[in-house]
Ligand binder design. Structure first.
Ligand SMILES: C[S@@+](CC[C@H](N)C(=O)[O-])C[C@H]1O[C@@H](n2cnc3c(N)ncnc32)[C@H](O)[C@@H]1O
Length: 407
């Protein structure tokens, strides 16, 4: 997760469903059976309208788009969306993420969760759901599972719940994590299910709210920055929204709304810190490109405003159900405080060749180097408020003490 940007609003994910919908007919209501989505065919790749055309058509029909609407189309369009049509993560893709760089990353994440869970008296032998939002290639989860197995978790204790919008990425995850997997009925809460070689059940969802409410770990790595955001600017007339429109040369461009939009009215509330963090970035082949050119070909990422995440998660202590929030701390600092270097040493000691040792060292350098990923990426943790007294006694590992971090 990286910092900057104004606010981000998670666009609600819409799942296709079969429904009998009442429709007005000659003064009465008549039930209409909608087509079964499982029988609907997507246009073959290359035959679907280009994303640029879809976006322009939308603008011509309903006027300029908000940045959030634009991002939502570019990232999630079923045939042409960025994550829908190709593998984007890794050296041959557009960007690389920490779990893909070193196994150490997922291992430290697993040990951190294990240690924090122990403070609550939970651990191996008790049921545990692991929820991951946007699991990418499934690498982080596969490293986590390896560590949990070593720590004594049995397959029957565990279940995996993955929230993934892209069928392409879901298939990659299933191949990485499962011995077998299959699609599910449309009225099931999950759209796909599978089982790991050791027998751990794995479920995929489009919608986080469909996951059963049980004791869970939640992991969201490089997830918040792909969710659609709105952009606003403070003008002499007050807050205005940045919109995307078509110019006289048929190119997309940003313009400021002439009037206050509904999003300004509904979303700009105290405590709001606009600052000068207004950039939306696009990545293609590891380079920054113009986000309005060639939509769907490059990743759109916006910088996460951690202060807004904190506000959204933590209500006033005293109310029920608020979250205790710690961080953000930089990736470099988190890995240092969680003794990642000691783990690196073990990996190096067990390496089979000098070349492998060098690769391990270089990967770790990349994770902690302030010029690379060390300072750009940050860690933040959310605890249930019921843990306040426990955390007072045993402060969160990897973060400084709770009081300082939550201010
Ligand atoms: C930047 S990748 C991060 C992958 C992985 N966590 C990692 O660190 O390697 C974002 C992931 O989130 C998924 N994704 C994007 N938008 C989503 C949404 N609205 N709901 C669920 N998953 C989404 C993408 O398909 C991809 O798997």
């Amino acid at each position: 997760m990286n910092t900057r940007s104004l606010f981000r609003i998670c666009n609600k994910l819409i799942r296709p469903s079969i429904a009998c919908t009442p429709c007005r007919h000659a003064g009465t209501y008549k039930t209409v059976k909608r087509p079964d989505p499982s029988t609907l065919k997507m246009p073959a790749p290359g035959t679907a309208p280009k994303l640029m055309e879809i976006i322009k058509e939308k603008i011509r029909l309903k006027g300029p788009l908000s940045v959030a609407e634009y991002m939502h189309i570019v990232i999630t369009n079923p045939t042409e969306g960025y994550y829908m049509k190709k593998e984007t993560i890794g050296e041959s893709g557009d960007f690389i993420t920490s779990p893909e760089i070193s196994q150490l990353f997922g291992e430290i994440v697993a040990i951190w969760f294990y240690a924090e869970t122990q403070k609550m008296g939970m651990g191996p032998g008790k049921p545990l759901q692991i929820v991951e939002l946007g699991p990418g290639k499934g690498t982080l989860m596969s490293d986590v599972l390896r560590v949990l197995h070593r720590l004594g978790y049995k397959p029957n204790d565990l279940s995996l719940h993955l929230v993934e919008i892209s069928d392409t990425m879901q298939t990659v995850q299933a191949h990485r994590l499962c011995a077998s997997h299959k699609g599910c009925e449309v009225d099931s809460p999950h759209y796909c299910e599978g089982e790991t070689t050791s027998g751990i059940k794995v479920y995929w969802y489009y919608d986080l709210k469909k996951i059963p409410c049980n004791f869970s770990w939640y992991i969201a790595h490089e997830f918040f920055d792909v969710l659609p955001i709105h952009k606003f600017e403070k003008t002499e007339e007050g807050w205005r929204e940045l919109l995307i429109d078509i110019d006289e040369n048929e190119k997309l461009y940003y313009r400021i709304s002439a009037k206050e939009t509904n999003n300004v009215t509904n979303l700009i509330r105290p405590p709001l810190d606009g600052g000068d963090r207004t950039e939306l970035e696009a990545f293609h082949k590891h380079k920054v490109v113009n986000p309005l050119e060639n939509p769907g070909a490059s990743d759109l990422t916006a910088d996460v405003d951690f202060s807004q995440l904190r506000v959204a998660a933590s209500m006033t202590p005293g109310d029920e159900n608020y979250a205790l929030v710690v961080g953000p701390v930089t990736q470099k600092e988190f890995l240092r405080r969680t003794q990642a270097e000691a783990r690196l040493k073990v990996l190096i000691d067990h390496a089979k060749s000098d070349e492998q040792k060098e690769t391990l060292k270089a990967a770790y350098e990349m994770l902690i180097d302030p010029e690379k990923m060390g300072e750009r990426f940050k860690f933040m943790a959310f605890y249930p408020s019921a843990m306040a007294a426990i955390l007072e006694k045993y402060p969160p590992i990897g973060f400084s003490n709770l009081e300082k971090e939550t201010k």
